[in-house]
Design a binder for this molecule. Structure first.
Ligand SMILES: [Zn+2]
Length: 148
């Protein structure tokens, strides 16, 4: 089974809860860590993605992400902030993407889609390979599956 662990590092309990809820609804397995435990948790869980908030008590998200990338370069690292941050201000940082919080479920879905492996479904009725986005087989009209 593919790795759907996403670790959240955010000092705000409120934002953490919202993110956790959204990730869970999108079929991910959200886990919570903090700036002190994250490297140990990365080693232990080998998550697919981490979402680290920019402002932390003793550090900043981009610094934490640099350490994560050094230890586990394949981890998708998202920098989150309630302020508008620009990628160009982090051009020397290995962060994959910036995420503005609060985030909607649709926006989160879009972000995840960019990193999750593309799935090709096969229609159970006609056997044609169908792109992930379709709910109904474009060849024979069979309902494929109910999506969140
Ligand atoms: Zn079909």
């Amino acid at each position: 089974m593919e790795n759907r662990d996403v670790i959240i590092v955010n000092d705000s309990k409120f934002e953490t809860r919202i993110l956790k809820d959204i990730l869970f609804k999108l079929g991910m397995n959200p886990l919570i860590s903090d700036e002190y435990m994250i490297l140990r948790d990365i080693k232990h869980h080998r998550p697919f993605m981490v979402i680290v908030n920019y402002i932390l008590e003793d550090s900043t998200g981009d610094r934490i992400i640099e350490e994560i990338k050094r230890k586990a370069p394949k981890t998708v690292c998202i920098l989150s902030s309630s302020n508008l941050l620009l990628m160009k201000d982090f051009s020397s940082s290995p962060i994959d993407q910036i995420m503005k919080t609060p985030i909607t479920i649709d926006k989160m879905k879009e972000i995840l889609k960019g990193y999750l492996p593309k799935k090709n479904n096969q229609c159970i009725k006609c056997g044609k390979i169908i792109q992930d986005d379709f709910n109904i087989c474009p060849y024979c009209g069979t309902q494929l599956k109910i999506r969140a």
